[in-house]
Design a protein around this ligand. Structure first.
Ligand code: FMN
Length: 129
């Protein structure tokens, strides 16, 4: 799980303001979680919410911390409706030697609670990885 040192507020609008500030400043929030044994993985499932038409800045912190060359990155996203926006191309430009699946799983926030285990299983089984 990607965890930041500074936690985001429980209040949505306050988090929105913080996310807007981080995005504007192109900041790299410090992460509280780190992967010790990244070499043992061939596939990285990378899930995040769409923040300001792309990835939250903490996901940039995460992607810039590791070298996923030769690995497959499978993105999935929740959003208010924007879907992946620029996220897939941003991931590919940071991890240029990784294979980034172009169509990860996406769900809008109002539908998150409708997603079943079977939906996710179907998605994973249908992936061309
Ligand atoms: C800082 C911030 C920026 C956001 N920017 C977008 C956006 O550009 N496009 C979009 O579709 N949703 C945007 N959202 C909505 C989130 O994607 C949505 O809240 C998230 O997917 C999780 O859903 P939930 O709030 O129902 O848990 C934003 C939310 C926050 C907090």
């Amino acid at each position: 799980m990607i965890e930041t040192e500074e936690r985001y507020p429980a209040d949505y609008d306050a988090t929105d303001r913080q996310g807007a500030k981080e995005s504007k400043e192109n900041s790299r929030p410090k992460l509280a979680s780190h992967i010790e044994n990244v070499d043992e993985y061939d596939t990285v499932y990378l899930g995040f919410p769409n923040w300001y038409y792309g990835m939250p800045m903490a996901v940039y912190s995460f992607l810039e911390e590791y070298d996923f060359s030769g690995k497959t990155i499978i993105p999935f996203i929740t959003s208010g409706g924007s879907g992946f926006s620029d996220a897939i191309s941003e991931i590919q430009s940071i991890q240029s030697d990784a294979t980034v699946l172009p169509e990860g799983y996406k769900v809008t926030h109002s539908k998150v609670s409708d997603v079943t285990f079977e939906d996710v299983e179907e998605w994973i089984n249908g992936l061309n990885k």
